[in-house]
Design a protein around this ligand. Structure first.
Ligand code: FAD
Length: 393
């Protein structure tokens, strides 16, 4: 068992780092900064990554990939996340919507939807959650009525990230059988977001712009060839898709970067005649964060190695996700403890230490243990499927 990357993967990481150093401007702080330049930059970066064959490096060549192994793709994900995800919302289509289509789509759907993703030209959003269906996703009520050559959608979604970016397509979950048990009457659709009858209403929150939207559907027509997989069998696809999503985001990589910044800060900052790096409590906090970061990284690698073998990392994805999200939150907390009150200054304040990154980390990662299935839901999955404990409501 070798946990190290191979020389060609290490070399590739250096190339990706050099690319990001060249391409990312000083003002870049990630997708959720209140800066109008963000959408254009993310599109530009994706197109440049695509031109180099890096955007979907592990995808088969016929869909615009470079047929590289999953570890090369993992390098791209880690470097992107460590640099505040400059692919913007496209990480979603690349990490799990594309792989879902690859696994469950017809040859025509694959040929239609995958190459534009690989070229870095389309934005997808995920239309799953509803006001009464978050953790209990199978209770969703948005309906898609079968009208022969098309379906007619009515209902609404909530917390739909990037719908207002604007997204070009939505991976939509809707009920296609009103009488079947709740897990059995759900279907998955690719919905063109420019279709008549769709209204997107942004929700402002402390997480910043672009994070959340409500989406309303009023007699929205979806052609039948946009039904993904078999009608009423969407639940199994969702379970697979969510496990790809949980593994796809290399959140730990951002923690790694925060650790580097905090270590540098502790070395350089002298308080009462002594660098912070010599204080036992600072060293212990950083060491503890580093241990948890390494554990999260290796748990992710375990899930990626399953994906590389073509398996779906259902429990492993949840285990990795629990560690990934909690270590991200801990990075913000440790940062605030080391920086003290000045750690709460935002990036807009020139006095903010480490360019206000700690405040950003703290605020933005609060939602990490809610998105893509809450931490309680992940623990339920691990208890039930991993430990064989009984199912509860
Ligand atoms: C940053 C962010 C981005 C998001 N982006 C999207 C998106 O693009 N598309 C989309 O469809 N959705 C998105 N979501 C929504 C997300 O999937 C839901 O918020 C999440 O699934 C929880 O659902 P809920 O908000 O309805 O909370 P609820 O399900 O109402 O949960 C409330 C609380 O009860 C707990 N709980 C619920 N059921 C159980 C149980 N059985 N056992 C133990 N505890 C339980 C939960 O853990 C939580 O603490 C996003 C959320 C966030 C935070």
């Amino acid at each position: 068992m070798d946990f190290d990357f191979r020389p060609e993967e290490k070399q590739f990481r250096e190339e990706v780092r050099a690319f990001l150093k060249r391409e990312l401007p000083d003002w870049w702080r990630g997708l959720f900064s209140d800066d109008d330049r963000v959408p254009a930059l993310t599109r530009q970066i994706c197109e440049k990554l695509a031109q180099r064959g890096w955007l979907t490096i592990s995808w088969p060549r016929e869909y615009g990939g470079a047929a590289a192994n999953e570890w090369m793709q993992a390098v791209v994900r880690e470097e992107m996340w460590a640099h505040d995800e400059p692919r913007g919302p496209q990480y979603m289509n690349l990490n799990y919507i594309g792989p879902m289509i690859m696994r469950f789509g017809t040859p025509e759907q694959k040929a239609r939807f995958l190459p534009p993703m690989a070229a870095g030209k389309v934005i997808w959003c995920q239309g799953f959650s509803e006001p009464g269906a978050g953790s209990d996703l199978a209770s969703l009520r948005t309906r898609a009525d079968d009208a022969g050559d098309h379906f007619v959608v009515n209902g609404s979604k909530i917390w739909t990230s990037y719908a207002d970016f604007p997204a070009d397509w939505c991976l939509l979950l809707a009920r296609t059988d009103q009488k079947a048990p709740k897990h059995k009457g759900i279907s998955v659709f690719a919905l063109d977001m420019r279709t008549a009858g769709i209204t997107v209403r942004p929700i402002r929150s402390m997480a910043g712009p672009r994070d959340f939207n409500e989406v309303f559907f009023d007699e929205v027509v979806i052609p039948r060839d946009c039904l993904l997989g078999a009608k009423n069998e969407g639940w199994m696809m969702v379970v697979a898709g969510l496990s790809f999503e949980r593994v796809g985001v290399a959140r730990y990589a951002k923690t790694g970067r925060v650790i580097e910044m905090l270590v540098e800060y502790a070395r350089k900052t002298v308080v009462d005649g002594r660098p912070l790096s010599e204080r036992p409590e600072v060293r212990a906090k950083l060491a503890d964060l580093y241990c948890r970061y390494q554990a999260a990284r290796l748990l992710n690698y375990r899930a990626i190695s399953m994906q590389a073998r073509g398996e779906v990392p259902a429990i492993e994805g949840s285990i990795a996700r629990v560690h990934n999200t909690t270590v991200e939150q801990l990075a913000g907390q440790v940062g605030l403890e080391i920086l003290g009150p000045s750690g709460q200054l935002t990036e807009a304040d020139p006095r903010a230490p480490i360019d206000g990154r700690i405040e950003h980390q703290w605020i933005h990662e609060i939602s990490a243990t809610i998105a893509a299935g809450t931490i309680e839901v992940q623990k339920n999955i691990i208890a039930q499927r991993g430990l064989g404990l009984p199912k509860t409501d």
